[in-house]
Design a protein around this ligand. Structure first.
Ligand code: UTP
Length: 291
């Protein structure tokens, strides 16, 4: 009991090919959801769960992600942007709380490989992973990674994965988890199964708490399609020797690496903001009538 997680790994070294041409020079994690970049929403989720040491697994075109949280940069902005300082207050507050450590993944060899790169920083301690393009919003309680952390701290051993229900017809888009409904123990992980073969419709939305043993499991995992090392394959390997617990996350997920998911996230956040809600709802209603 009492296992503590101090570091959170956010892999952001992916190519973002689904979002081309927008991502030709611009990291997808910096695309805005209303006025905050995706990465800021992700970091806010981590900080709300008490995780303030952030490990970015990054790549050459992604250095501007660190700049977004650079306090020196922000201070000069605050001075220059006469009368508009309040607009950067949210990131200024965040920058004061966090410590960012960056490590590079030189070749995008998959999520498993990206997580392995963090070993040099994480060492033997348990750690959290949140994907840099999956937003999970819970307006009425602890954040998605906060929910996973609580369960992790209650268990003596093993890892925790967040899960969210998806439509049965869409299991082929996600990593799917088969688990005991009584105690949440994971029975298997299946990568993108066809709906008729899927053991459940509970998917992985990119929220994990791992024991450091995941690193050996990744090393033991051979690369698959596109020479990528899949994190889910490494988890399946580790499951042979260590328990995994599935945490049903309360929240709504948006895959902002996907164009439609990104548009939906913007509409969701704008409708949640009273400055835009009424005007946007009215406009959407009219547009739907015209179309
Ligand atoms: P995605 O599956 O969204 O891949 O990665 P991607 O390369 O970013 O995007 P597409 O599919 O080409 O459009 C999920 C998360 O894992 C990170 C991504 O940055 C994203 O946060 N990732 C993926 C890495 O850090 N390295 C990789 O080699 C692959």
């Amino acid at each position: 009991m009492g296992r503590k997680v101090k570091k959170i790994v956010i892999p952001v070294a992916g190519m973002g090919t689904r979002f081309l041409p927008a991502t030709k020079v611009l990291p997808k994690e910096l695309l805005p959801i209303v006025d905050r970049p995706i990465i800021q929403l992700i970091v806010e989720e981590c900080v709300s769960a008490g995780l303030e040491t952030i490990v970015f697994v990054t790549s050459r075109p992604k250095v501007t992600l660190e700049d977004h949280f650079d306090p020196a940069d922000l201070a000069s902005w605050k001075l220059q942007a006469a009368g508009k300082g309040h607009l950067i207050e949210s990131v200024l507050e965040l920058a004061k709380k966090i410590q960012i450590i960056s490590i590079r993944q030189h070749v995008p060899r998959g999520l498993g490989d990206a997580v392995l790169k963090a070993e040099a920083v994480v060492g033997k301690d348990p750690f959290a992973v949140v994907l840099g393009d999956d937003i999970v919003v819970n307006h009425d309680g602890p954040s998605a990674i906060g929910q996973c952390l609580k369960t992790f701290e209650e268990k003596d051993s093993g890892s925790v994965v967040g899960i969210l229900e998806v439509p049965k017809a869409e299991t082929n888009k996600y990593g799917i988890v088969d688990f005991n409904s009584s105690d949440g123990r994971v029975k298997s992980f299946v990568e993108k199964p066809a709906p008729e073969k899927a053991p459940s419709n509970w998917a992985l939305p990119g929220r994990y708490i791992f024991e450091a043993d995941i690193f050996d499991a990744i090393r033991a995992t051979t690369s698959g399609v596109g020479n990528e090392i899949q994190l889910t394959d490494a988890m399946a390997h580790l499951l042979k020797t260590q328990p995994f617990y599935a945490e049903k996350i309360k929240g709504v997920r948006f895959d902002t690496g996907d164009k439609l998911g990104y548009i939906m996230a913007n509409v969701h956040f704008a409708l949640k903001d009273e400055k835009y809600r009424d005007t946007l709802a009215h406009w959407l209603k009219n547009r739907l009538e015209v179309l």
